[in-house]
Design a binder for this molecule. Structure first.
Ligand code: UDP
Length: 367
């Protein structure tokens, strides 16, 4: 008999949901994280009463009522609706691509006019079967929008040519022929009132958690503690990078506390030109309709991931998918270890998908 039923490596959303559900079923869990806090990348730092999304802006959205009810059972969500604005060489456009954007670009006033304009450009580009992000984007919204609002932003974000990126990345964004600036199509959307830490603290309530503990520094002893390991870290690291590194895009954040109450009037402003080095400026207080006297803004600079940097976005191109499949085969052969989450599954997951993935694994595991 070991001391714990489960050792959960990683106190992010996936690990926290798993731990919560296992604990609820009477299992003894130990959660460890190499960081000094729980919550993984949804963790918020309180600065002058403002919840600063320390590892990048997180906006919860889902179509799944069960997932929505689940997260709301830990913390109430506000009515925040993401409506980023794009700044292209000083000109502002609404996002996602909708009638406001089309009017700002072409002065078209009806959906029929906007559709005709896009169709004309798609036809001129001659793309019938989009094979990469560039072709996919042009076939969805035409060349004007692609050139002003997509190409440079995407190439800054990913450090790769839009022709070398998978098409699915751009399919995340809605294209709408209504005057609706809501960035998501999902039925439910919001930010936890009081910040994301309330969510993860709620999930981990009553569960033993050790922070600042690096699994790889004490792998054998830690593994001995539990019957089953739930691993939510980078899958290649678990297998000592034996098939090489999986690539990620990383980010560098420059935070500033400003002595003014409202810097940009919106939580998210994207800079879609190729000259500005950062991709976006986040003004955190607007996620929670903050009324503080000061404000915190973050400039977000994408960068290539190197060992030691934070791995944010998996690069799901062919080369990396091939490497991942090799690690996945090793993972399926590993006994008494459950692999889950963005880093272990090497997937560009939104939060609702992380919660959904963890809950469905729990269901299977405890069936
Ligand atoms: N994108 C773009 N222009 C924008 C915003 C997004 O071209 O102003 C593209 C870009 O390729 C990005 C993808 O859409 O990687 C997904 O954007 P999203 O905002 O969903 O990315 P995240 O918030 O996950 O960083």
């Amino acid at each position: 008999m070991k001391q714990y039923d489960y050792l959960i490596v990683g106190a992010g959303l996936w690990g926290s949901v798993f731990a919560h559900e296992a604990n609820k079923r009477g299992k003894k869990c130990l959660v460890i994280d190499r960081r000094e806090h729980t919550g993984g990348n949804v963790y918020c730092e309180n600065v002058e009463g403002i919840n600063v999304h320390k590892y990048g802006a997180h906006i919860f959205h889902t179509n799944d009522k069960d997932i929505w009810d689940y997260v709301n059972s830990f913390v109430e969500f506000n009515r925040y609706t993401n409506s980023p604005v794009a700044n292209y060489y000083g000109e502002l456009f609404n996002l996602p691509f909708n009638m406001n954007t089309f009017y700002q670009l072409w002065k078209v006033k009806t959906p029929a006019e906007a559709q005709a304009k896009i169709q004309e450009q798609v036809k001129a580009a001659g793309i019938t079967d989009p094979k990469n992000l560039e072709e996919q984007a042009i076939s969805l919204v035409g060349t004007d929008i692609y050139e002003k609002l997509i190409k440079a932003y995407t190439e800054k974000q990913w450090g790769r040519k839009a022709t070398e990126l998978p098409a699915f990345i751009i399919k995340r964004l809605p294209v709408r022929f209504t005057f609706d600036n809501n960035y998501f199509n999902d039925r439910y959307q919001g930010i936890p009132i009081g910040g994301y830490n309330k969510l993860t603290e709620g999930l981990l309530n009553g569960i033993e958690t050790r922070l600042g503990v690096d699994f790889f520094k004490d792998r054998e002893a830690l593994s001995e503690l539990a019957e089953t390991i739930v691993y939510t870290g980078q899958i290649d690291e678990y297998f000592n990078f034996q098939y090489g590194f999986l690539e990620y895009r990383s980010l560098r954040f420059e935070n500033q506390l400003l002595d003014q109450d409202n810097y940009q009037g919106n939580a998210v402003v994207n800079y879609t030109d190729g000259e500005t080095e950062f991709t976006r400026i986040i003004e955190h207080k607007h996620f929670e309709f903050g009324t503080q006297d000061k404000t915190v803004i973050t400039h977000e600079y994408p960068q290539e991931w190197t060992k030691g940097a934070e791995p944010y976005y998996p690069v799901n191109d062919d080369k990396n998918s091939e490497t991942f499949n090799k690690y996945k085969a090793l993972a399926s052969a590993e006994e008494n270890v459950i692999f889950g989450g963005r880093l272990a599954e090497y997937r560009y997951y939104d939060m609702h998908q992380v919660v959904g993935s963890a809950l469905s694994r729990v269901k299977k595991h405890f069936a």
